[in-house]
Design a protein around this ligand. Structure first.
Ligand code: CTP
Ligand SMILES: C[C@](O)(CO)[C@H](O)COP(=O)(O)O
Length: 255
């Protein structure tokens, strides 16, 4: 994707500037004991570095804000300095909060003036392909205030009445699968809309993704195609899958 702001036949309006906020402050409890999830290695490189490279691979992204584990900002700055990253991209590191939503808000608060489009991308989705990133940015540039990459759901999904641990859970509904989508990141937003959505959150009534907050404002949220390789590393088997994807990429492209 080219980011030129002038054309041969004269000056045009400058392209909107895009930043990526990467919440990376989670512990990774479901992955099991160890370092914070974003700092764990995939093929010898921290997951966070894979995620940062995935964002910086888009020529439209001029700034990446990493939201680090609360006591890990210095370590993350060192990691960014120690790994090869594109020179055209700027990097900022801020400490995160107690929830993903709080961490994203801390990242948003660190954005400088002049950024119009914000991607929010989980460090835990280190392998998202650049075409998916660019597809999200393009849809925001085309005027959608909130854009989410998504895939059809493969399993049938049941809604349950939560039960005590160890007790069977009663099913209350089976949503029509053809209407369900599993959503991924990066989610892309018009900056002002995303900020308004975060500022409107009532304590105790958060959402598990930023797009959920925009929906509550009554603003439209649209989906674009996601990618199987943009899966979230959540449980131990996901690490095995992520390393297999990297091995396949190396075999295919010598990458
Ligand atoms: N307080 C938090 C919690 C989560 N995240 C980030 O949000 C993304 C998605 O969250 P998830 O995969 O659930 O990560 P964890 O919260 O670390 O996982 P777990 O729930 O297993 O502890 C991750 O990149 C994670 O680092 C964050 O920045 N700040
Ligand atoms: C944002 C997200 O990755 C979209 O699927 C997901 O909601 C994050 O959930 P988590 O359990 O907080 O990781």
């Amino acid at each position: 994707m080219s980011d030129a702001s002038t054309a041969a036949d004269g000056p045009q309006a400058p392209r909107p500037r895009t930043a990526a906020v990467i919440p990376a402050a989670g512990r990774g409890v479901r992955l099991g004991p160890g370092a914070p999830k974003a700092l764990r290695a995939l093929n010898g490189t921290p997951m966070l570095i894979h995620a940062v490279r995935a964002m910086a691979a888009s020529r439209a992204v001029s700034l990446v804000v990493v939201v680090a584990p609360p006591d890990g900002a210095a370590e993350v700055k060192t990691l960014l300095a120690d790994h090869a990253l594109p020179e055209r991209t700027d990097f900022l590191v801020v400490p995160g909060g107690a929830t993903r939503q709080e961490s994203v808000k801390l990242g948003l608060d660190a954005l400088p003036a002049g950024i119009d489009i914000v991607l929010v991308h989980d460090a835990a989705r280190p392998l998202v392909p650049v075409d998916t990133v660019d597809g999200v940015i393009e849809a925001v540039r085309d005027g959608a205030p909130a854009v989410v990459p998504a895939l059809p759901v493969a399993d049938t999904v049941k809604e349950v009445e939560p039960a005590a641990p160890g007790e069977p859970e009663p099913v209350v509904a089976t949503p029509e699968r053809a209407r369900l989508r599993a959503v991924q990141t990066p989610q892309g937003f018009d900056r002002a809309t995303l900020l308004r959505a975060h500022e409107a959150v009532v304590v105790g009534e958060g959402a598990t993704d930023c797009a959920g907050l925009v929906e509550r404002l009554g603003e439209p949220v649209v989906l674009v195609p996601g990618h199987e390789e943009a899966f979230k590393v959540t449980r131990p088997l996901d690490l095995v899958l992520a390393e297999a994807v990297l091995a396949r990429r190396r075999a295919n492209d010598g990458f």
